[in-house]
Design a binder for this molecule. Structure first.
Ligand code: CUA
Length: 257
């Protein structure tokens, strides 16, 4: 046997022995010392809705849904001294969840629920951010977690904040992710602003110019690729809307001066 072959055989024997010892140690740790295998699995199934669950006056559980491009719930308020179990799930792509000023740093991975426990000893407002690039709205992905003193927390519970009289149509636009690309304040985004869209003289990619009437608006909602506004890409997906929602949106746009 040549020296090179000998050396090779020795390396193989040592490597195999090393792997066997490693497995032996792992088996020993599991059986003798009951060391659990590290895993990110929890007994919670991936969820679609954010939630704050109160286990006791000092123990809470929050389910964060990270989705393009928001956290649900957007705001969590907790009393000082509380312990919180954080679970995070995502229905779309990988996001990162970091709570600035704490050591909470979790990945939100589709199909997986990640978990961490935190305790808050001082009143403070924390910012929750996404720190994994997840698309065009990534930098807007933020939420807040407020730790308040006991009196404030009790007062808040006694008088829950009344629901904001938010415009139902704005809510619909947000729910259908329209606001990711279209503003209602006049600023241009990935798509044209919706402010003043009704009756606007609009140049199309096919070279023609039209006045955006209710027929065009309806078509632009249900079949976005049919006639695309010049200067914008044909990237809008067909939104899932009921006939009533489409009619209500067209009416809303007619009045959005
Ligand atoms: Cu979600 Cu970045």
């Amino acid at each position: 046997m040549t020296p090179a072959l000998k050396l090779e055989r020795r390396i193989v024997v040592i490597s195999v022995a090393f792997v066997l010892v490693l497995f032996g140690l792992a088996a020993m740790a599991i059986n003798l010392f009951h060391v659990g295998l590290p895993t990110c699995l929890t007994d919670i199934k991936p969820f679609q809705k954010g939630e704050l669950i109160t286990h006791s006056p000092t123990h809470f559980e929050v389910h964060y849904v990270a989705r393009m491009w928001e956290f649900d719930p957007e705001e969590v308020v907790l009393p000082v001294g509380s312990t919180i179990d954080v679970y995070v799930s995502t229905p779309d792509v990988t996001h990162g969840l970091i709570l600035l000023g704490t050591n909470l740093n979790l990945m939100a991975v589709p199909g997986v629920v990640n978990y961490a426990r935190l305790k808050f000893n001082h009143p403070r407002t924390y910012q929750l951010l996404c720190h994994e690039y997840c698309g065009t709205g990534h930098e807007r992905m933020a939420a807040s977690l407020r730790v308040v003193d006991l009196a404030t927390f009790a007062a808040r519970k006694a008088a829950p904040t009344p629901p904001q009289p938010a415009d139902a149509m704005v809510k619909l636009l947000e729910a259908k992710d329209c606001m990711t690309c279209h503003s209602i304040d006049g600023s241009e985004g990935i798509g044209p602003t919706l402010k003043g869209i009704y009756g606007r003289k609009t140049k199309l990619t096919n070279g023609s110019t039209i006045v955006a009437d209710d027929v065009y608006l309806r078509e632009a909602i249900v079949d976005p690729s049919a006639r695309v506004v010049a200067g914008f890409d044909d990237v809008m997906p067909k939104p899932e809307l009921t006939e009533e929602e489409v009619s209500a949106l067209v009416e809303y746009l007619e009045n959005l001066k």
